[in-house]
Ligand binder design. Structure first.
Ligand SMILES: [Zn+2]
Length: 193
C-alpha cells in the first residue's frame, strides 16, 4: 500500500508511515476490507433505517406493526446485506435444505427398497429433489454471488474518485525520496555528506 500523504510504498504493513508518520491503519482498513460498505452505502443504510423507524412509529395497530416487523423488515434486511452476508445466507439455506433432503431420501429410499412400497419411494424421491435444491443454493452462493466491487459503481462519489485517480496516477516522487527508509535516515545521510 502507498502512503496517501507522501506516497511511500509501505510493504511491511506498518501502522505508521516510515517516512512521514501518517497513521496508515485507517487507510489500510478501508482499502483491504473488500467487503466493507462504502460510506454512501452506509449513509443509505442509515436513511432507510430512519425511514422505517418513522414508519413503525406511525403504526396505529398491533396488526400493522406485526406486518412491518414480519413482512417488510426481513426484505429490507435482505436488500441491505453485504455480498458476503448474502453468500453465507444462501449457503446456510442450501445446507439446511440439502440436509433435510438427504435425511429424508436415505431412510425412505431404504424403506422403499426393503418393503417395496411406492409411497415410500415417492417420499424418498421428494427428499432427493429437496437435496438437489439445497445443493443448487450452495452452488449458486459460491459461483454466482457477485461481490459488490465487481459491479460498476456509477455513483457521484465513484466518479469523483475516478477523476482524482486519473489526475494523480502519473504523479511520482523524486528519485531520492523513493528510497526513504526512515525520517532519521535521511537526516543522518545528509550529516555524513
Ligand atoms: Zn507517508
Amino acid at each position: 500500500m502507498f502512503c496517501p500523504s507522501c506516497g511511500l510504498n509501505d510493504e511491511n504493513s506498518n501502522q505508521f508511515c516510515r517516512a512521514c508518520g501518517t497513521n496508515l491503519a485507517p487507510v489500510r482498513n478501508a482499502v483491504e476490507r473488500g467487503d466493507a460498505l462504502t460510506q454512501s452505502a452506509a449513509n443509505a443504510r442509515d436513511e432507510i433505517g430512519r425511514a422505517f423507524a418513522a414508519r413503525i412509529r406511525q403504526a396505529q395497530t398491533a396488526a400493522e406493526l406485526k406486518m412491518v416487523a414480519e413482512d417488510v423488515l426481513p426484505k429490507v434486511e435482505e436488500f441491505l446485506e453485504s455480498p458476503e452476508e448474502k453468500k453465507l445466507r444462501r449457503i446456510r439455506t442450501g445446507t439446511i435444505l440439502g440436509g433435510i433432503g438427504a435425511g429424508a431420501a436415505i431412510p425412505f429410499g431404504i424403506i422403499a427398497a426393503i418393503l417395496g412400497k411406492e409411497e415410500f419411494f415417492f417420499l424418498g424421491a421428494a427428499g432427493v429433489v429437496c437435496f438437489f435444491i439445497g445443493l443448487s443454493f450452495i452452488i449458486n452462493a459460491i459461483f454466482a454471488s457477485v461481490p459488490k466491487k465487481l459491479v460498476a459503481d456509477r455513483s457521484e462519489d465513484a466518479e469523483r474518485q475516478a477523476a482524482i485517480d486519473r489526475s494523480t496516477s502519473d504523479l511520482q516522487l523524486p528519485e531520492s525520496r523513493q528510497e526513504f527508509v526512515s525520517v532519521i535516515e535521511e537526516t543522518t545521510r545528509n550529516l555524513q555528506k
